[in-house]
Design a binder for this molecule. Sequence first.
Ligand code: PHE
Length: 341
Amino acid sequence: MLEQLDELYNEALEKLNQAQTTAELSAWYKEMLGRKGQVYLLTRQVGQLDPAERPQAGKRINAIKQELEACYEEKLAALKTAELEAQIAASSLDVTLPGRRQWRGRLHPSTQILREIYQIWGKMGFQIFRSRDVETDEYNFELLNIPQHHPARDLWDTFHTITPGVILRTHTSPGQIHAMHAYHPEPIRVILPGMCYRYEQITARSEIQFHQVEGLAVGKHITFTDLKGTLTEFVRRMFGAERKVRFRASYFPFTEPSAEMDVECLLCQGDGCQVCKYTGWLEILGCGMVHPVVLRNGGYDPAVYSGFAFGMGPERIAMLKYGIDDIRYFWGNDLRFLEQF
Ligand code: PHE
């Protein structure tokens, strides 16, 4: 029996050395050490041996098994390395092939316009003041001189939450009050950018969410001339030095007097086209002198302080600048649109 075992061991080793591929090696493993392999078959014979011979034969067979397993592992590692090396050597690498372009994301058109706006106002001495999207009725309306049943509330259809008095802001103007509370009694020069929400039917011209950039300047001796000069300068920097502007009288409860500012149409240069509805002008923002009631609500004495405020829509500006005819593109998540910016 022991002789037979030695013979098997030698034979197994010899065959192992002959294996050239991992496939041959697994065939070898199956034949020798597998569940019905030769070593197993001999193991079964141990039971039929003379009891005196059994321990020695058993010991030997276990040793053989272990040694063969070890040899197998070693050979397997060697063959795998060799196969990998052969594979690398066989495949050619063309270093002149151009690399694959990484797909890069980009900034949303609104973000791009917002950043342009921040830069212009930044250089003109205005800081960014962030204000919350979820507001109270008090800040969004009351403190801005729009009391409960005031018809002007119809201008801003509102999203209400289930908590009474808590709403999504319909404009960035409530930020004016927050800024005044934060700055009082210092003078103020801030812009307040952010998302606004209105409960409206979505059309090509109106969305339920959009950005606004509010502006607020409060100090002593600020006049309507400052408003006109500052906003005109903004337009020059944003749309070019030759761009004409005009102010039209308007109404907002939180400014007095109030105005809307138009710029000369960007597409037809004032000649009249579809975009400007043949007027030659495009409306880009609402503005006015801060209403005395609003100044007082912000903590400033209107007898001593005055100020101006404005609110512009970056999406609207982007639409005018790039000739985008439908505001729904902005939040529609259509890459064909977004990739153009
Ligand atoms: N809040 C106004 C709107 O949403 C815009 C505005 C801001 C007008 C500041 C005047 C002053 O239409």
